[in-house]
Design a protein. Structure first.
Length: 886
């Protein structure tokens, strides 16, 4: 009986009651001993605090109302406010008002502080020195996992005063409350059974009422635990996602470098940022309840069992835990590694689908569905095989786990519960009761006691087994978490490495032109574009060395000098733009360029026109947003002007206004996309612009207009193109691919003496060919005249009689027409002759000053004429149309 009552009253409850009583007494005695003045002062203080609190609340409410009003106004016009510290304030609609949200970006100092954790992990963690774990690193329950997990947690919970810490503490409090409630429920359960057995109806009904009340509270606690767990998970995810985005998308172009230069995260960061991060956060938030709660349960229930079953049982219980844990750990498959590989395979499969969506039109033109299906099926098969392998491993593990946790533990529980019966000296309070019972010799009473004790102990054992089971199951969860942790840690480490350019590895030789061999300098803030002894190198993925395209390049473009970069395909024209834009490293030498990108700086129009998601307005102002546009005091009128200048003025009407949202890359034609890019350029009006094959799909008449407009706007153009016709819009020409090996280059000034001579030589050649064309023309007329006659046996045939009549009528008509037209035609002929003579005179006079433009035109006229003549001149003369062949 004593043992049962001991079990029923929990130690925690007693402690709480004692605590409450003690402080209740202290307060009562203190109040009784106070003087009148003290009481008066206390009352005054209370009144003052109430008044002050009320005033504070009123002010807060007023401020909130003003904020809401401001928010409403800003929401209508511009809801973006940039604060001094770089954070952004946005007002989002909330119920019937607005809610102010401040989004602060991660400070550079925070990145620097974290770099140590991600790039210099402690040696003991086994992650190596200056080494980012590759995707192949085996994740498992080891010190490396501990280091990685704690590093990520330092981002997810930045301060103990942060929201995440608050959520974790509340979550913990609710978990404790649930353990306490389990004990109260156990006690109440016992009381109800006791009252039922004793036939005490009133107490039984009261017990049931208590049971229902407690049930309601316990359900609320359980719901709160789940809610808080989800809140913790989403809070972790928000922190980590923002951190990763700040590191991924910044001026250092890490989003480009990660895939094109570093390669540390394999095919793409998307899978890491979306899926792996979500799973990591869910697993980390769940770990707290799946590991923390059973741990507390085990401690409390073990204590209870120790009291009722004695020290031997406790030793048995503890050794059972360690034994089970070590067996399961030894025999469990490497879930962490399996999960990490599964994540990678999922990512590969997903990226193939994303690729197909992005290139649907191209694939459809080629009819490449079958091929794409083969790729997709192959990738899916690999993923499926891997997952099937995991499921097979899980079967064996689940059998083992179930047998150990459910059946062997129950058997062990029976064994431990029998301790007070068979070994009363070792059986704790139960054993003591047993001994007392055997001394008194009351057999029936002892059996009843044994049954009651057994039932109570069994109940505790069950709870304990449940808690222990959950602990053991969480070993599996833990190793899966190790997999996700390793992937997220790899991503952040790689981002830190790219961000800090931390490619130098001590004790390792630098491969020439690898990322650890970058010795060049970029000077930003130069009014022009200058390259001094800069090798153009196509980089390879770290740690390999890149391939040299141009040994050393020197050039300088000042404001107003327009440069055309020409040369054969694949020689490195776009590569120059990549080096200047900072996408590719400057391995040696000096690159000087304007500081800003866009307005008042330099702008790059890439070879493949890019269209963002969003409205038509967003397409013209990209990379600005609407808020930036308003900030720059620009309106749709300016956008319309830009579009009109790019010969796209019809777009807003055709597409249904500036706010139309479409998949623009599919809606616009190739030439329209390029013209839209030019409209963007005209909208931003930078000082310098790199146009990489930006007008290759635009008709040549519009192309000229676009170039002239850009120049009129004061934009210094650096054009990358294979079209020689663009020469006339530029001052310099950088010709690549010269020399025998094609690795030489020359910077020529367009319109110099040398170039003039070359043009004159070609012009002379053309003149000679023009003379030939005149001869051919005369000959062609002769042939045609001959062919209009039909010859039989050497004599010309007279036409038949009916034709003669017709001919006579026709001749009569023609004669009258001729008479009328003769005079006007003669006049025209004379006029034409005069004009021709004038032109020829002008050509001879201006020969030496002939521009590239005229030269091109003359050349194309020649080519046309020549084409026509060659057709007629070669082979037997054939008159098309009439079908008469001689
Ligand atoms: N991201 C990259 N990583 C490594 N090498 C690259 C990369 N992009 C291009 N290259 C290589 O660099 C070389 C030069 O490429 P680039 O794009 O500069 O050629 P280009 O002269 O502009 O040719 P085109 O006239 O066809 O546009 C090519 O051989 C190409 O294969």
């Amino acid at each position: 009986m004593a043992a049962q009552s001991t079990l029923r009253s929990s130690a925690a409850e007693e402690a709480i009651a004692a605590f409450f009583d003690k402080y209740h007494q202290i307060i009562r005695t203190k109040l009784r001993n106070t003087t009148r003045t003290t009481r008066l002062l206390a009352t005054l203080a209370l009144v003052a605090s109430i008044v002050l609190a009320g005033e504070g609340t009123r002010r807060r409410w007023k401020r909130k109302r003003a904020e809401r009003e401001q928010g409403r106004k800003l929401l209508r016009t511009n809801s973006w406010l940039h604060n001094k510290d770089g954070s952004r304030t946005i007002y989002v609609p909330y119920k019937d008002g607005t809610s102010k949200v401040v989004i602060s970006s991660t400070k550079p100092l925070t990145f620097e502080a974290h770099r140590r954790l991600f790039l210099n992990p402690p040696r003991v963690s086994g992650l190596g020195d200056h080494h980012v774990p590759s995707t192949q690193t085996k994740p498992g329950l080891n010190l490396a996992f501990l280091h990685q997990f704690l590093s990520l947690m330092s981002i997810a919970i930045p301060r103990w005063t942060s929201k995440e810490a608050g959520l974790l503490i509340s979550h913990g409090a609710f978990l404790m409350l649930r353990t306490y409630l389990s004990l109260v429920v156990a006690r109440l359960d016992g009381e109800i059974v006791r009252d039922l057995v004793a036939g005490n109806g009133k107490a039984f009904l009261l017990g049931l009422a208590k049971w229902c009340g407690l049930g309601g509270f316990a359900s609320y606690t359980n719901a709160m635990i789940k809610f808080l767990e989800s809140k913790v998970s989403i809070a972790f995810r928000t922190r980590l996602t923002r951190y990763i985005h700040d590191l991924y998308l910044n001026d250092n172009l890490n989003y480009y470098k990660l895939h094109n230069l570093d390669g540390g995260v394999g095919q793409g960061a998307d899978q890491f940022i979306t899926q792996d991060l979500t799973q990591f956060c869910a697993a980390a938030a769940n770990l707290y309840s799946s590991l923390g709660k059973p741990f507390v349960d085990i401690c409390v229930f073990n204590y209870q069992l120790y009291r009722s079953l004695g020290p031997l049982a406790l030793t048995g219980l503890l050794s059972n835990y360690f034994l089970t844990a070590s067996i399961l750990r030894k025999l469990s498959p490497p879930f962490g590694k399996l999960k990490a590989v599964e994540g990678r395979k999922e990512g590969d499969f997903r990226s193939l689908h994303a690729r197909l969506i992005a290139n649907a039109e191209e694939v459809a033109f080629y009819g490449g569905a079958e091929m794409e299906k083969t790729f997709l099926n192959r990738e899916f098969k690999s993923l499926k095989n891997w997952m099937e392998g995991i499921y097979m491993l899980k079967i064996r593990y689940n059998i083992l786990e179930d047998f150990i946790l459910k059946y062997s533990w129950s058997a062990y529980g029976y064994l431990l519960s029998s301790l007070p019966v068979f070994l009363p000296a070792w059986g704790g309070l139960g054993g003591a009761t047993e001994q007392a019972g055997s001394r008194s010799g009351e057999k029936h009473g002892r059996e009843r006691e044994r049954m009651k004790d057994f039932i109570t102990n069994k109940r505790l054992m069950l709870s304990l087994a449940d808690a222990g089971g959950r602990m053991m199951y969480s070993i599996k969860d833990l190793s899966e978490l190790a997999g996700y942790t390793s992937r997220v840690y790899t991503l952040i480490s790689t981002l830190h490495r790219a961000h800090a350019n931390a490619y130098y590895v001590r004790g390792r030789e630098n491969e020439p032109y690898s990322l650890s061999d970058v010795q060049g300098t970029i000077q930003k803030g130069f009014d022009g574009v200058r390259l001094e002894n800069v090798p153009i190198v196509a980089p390879a993925l770290w740690p390999q060395g890149g391939e040299e395209l141009i040994e050393s390049l020197d050039m300088m473009i000042r404001r107003g000098d327009h440069l055309l970069i020409s040369g054969p395909n694949g020689i490195g024209k776009s590569a120059i733009a990549r080096v200047i834009a900072g996408l590719w490293p400057v391995y040696r030498g000096l690159v000087s360029r304007p500081k800003m990108n866009g307005e008042d700086g330099i702008m790059f129009l890439p070879q493949r026109p890019y269209l963002s998601i969003g409205t038509l307005r967003d397409q013209v102002i990209y990379p600005d947003g609407e808020a930036d546009m308003r900030e720059k005091r620009k309106s749709e009128y300016h956008l319309k002007l830009a579009l009109e200048a790019a010969r796209l003025g019809y777009l807003p009407d055709r597409e249904g206004g500036w706010d139309t949202r479409k998949e623009w890359k599919d809606v616009l034609s190739g030439g329209e996309k390029q013209r839209l890019a030019i409209a963007r350029l005209l909208y931003h009006e930078p000082q310098y612009a790199f146009i990489d094959e930006g007008t290759s799909a635009v008709s040549s008449d519009v192309e000229g207009l676009l170039y002239e407009t850009c120049k009129e706007k004061g934009i210094t153009l650096i054009t990358i193109s294979t079209r020689a016709s663009l020469k006339k819009y530029h001052t310099y020409n950088l010709v690549l691919g010269l020399g025998e090996r094609g690795d030489e280059w020359e910077l020529q000034r367009i319109g110099t003496e040398r170039e003039k001579m070359a043009v004159e030589r070609e012009l002379q050649d053309l003149r000679e060919r023009l003379a030939q064309v005149e001869q051919w023309k005369a000959r062609r007329e002769k042939i045609e005249a001959e062919l209009n006659k039909v010859w039989v046996a050497g004599e010309e045939l007279s036409p038949p009689a009916y034709m003669e009549k017709e001919d006579q009528e026709k001749q009569l008509e023609e004669k009258t027409d001729e008479k009328q037209n003769k005079e006007t035609e003669q006049e025209k002929e004379e006029k034409k002759e005069q004009e021709r003579e004038q032109e020829e005179r002008a050509v001879t006079e201006e020969d030496s000053e002939l521009t590239q433009d005229e030269y091109q035109e003359a050349r194309s006229v020649m080519d046309d004429e020549e084409g026509e003549m060659t057709e007629t001149e070669t082979g037997t003369p054939t008159i098309d149309g009439s079908g008469v062949v001689v």
